[in-house]
Design a protein around this ligand. Sequence first.
Ligand code: PDD
Length: 286
Amino acid sequence: MRTVYVNGDYLPETEAKVSIFDRAFLMADGVYEVTSVLGGKLIDFPGHLARLERSLNELDMKKPAAFDDLLEIHRELVRLNGIEDGLIYLQVTRGSDGDRDFVFPDAETTEPTLVMFTQSKPGLADSPQAKTGLKIISIDDLRWGRRDIKTVQLLYPSMGKMMAKKAGCDDAWMVEDGFVTEGTSNNAYIVKDGKIITRELSNDILHGITRAAVLKFANEAQMVVEERPFTIDEAKQADEGFVTSASAFVMPVVEIDGTALGGGTPGPVATRLREIYLEESLKAAV
Ligand code: PDD
């Protein structure tokens, strides 16, 4: 049984409790982070903490703990659960003042809820999917307009994954005003004539921590990066596609709406970026 963390306590998962009046339960009034663990160490941890701080600020939500303490809690959960490879999920909510109301509760008297748990994923970095690549469908982006805030409103992304599954595919890229925003739980890229193309940062997409690291490594490796929107038609003509996220790292995309990219196998740029990302981020792991 897992040991999880709730508001200061390490507990068996079956004993962890949050109020039914918690704002995240009633209103999706919460933000989260997912950090990967490789070899018992946290990948890109400072980036995830910085984005958590930004999400909290954007929603006028209180910090649940000092950020040094969050690192210690992450490490303690890795230790208590013997995690070698896997994920740590962190969620902060606006808490509960014991009733339901659209108006935010008084932040002076209502403490945020902090929940963290681990997911063990042995061999996370050796996923067989990295060798075969993902098949993607395109769907309309029906999410709200502040996708830069990592909120727990994940119903539409979940529906998108189910639409992909129903179509015999692995994931979906979302499209708004004719252009790809991002994947249901990852940032989206295409490669054409050696150039890496990905949508620029704005409120339309999550500012991926893996994205930031991968683009930095791509620049350092003298690869050309173009940050601009692209359409599904352009993506279908691309040489390669890939996605990035804390749980998938760099994952090749080999098919979009039934059209194979390149030869329908993972391309050299995605494959190389995955290698560089894993190598460099392991070196910087804490
Ligand atoms: N998802 N875009 C969306 C919509 C996401 O949900 C995620 C991450 C990303 C990639 O961000 P990062 O590189 O910081 O993980 C982009 C996480 C992994 C999840 O919901 O499980």
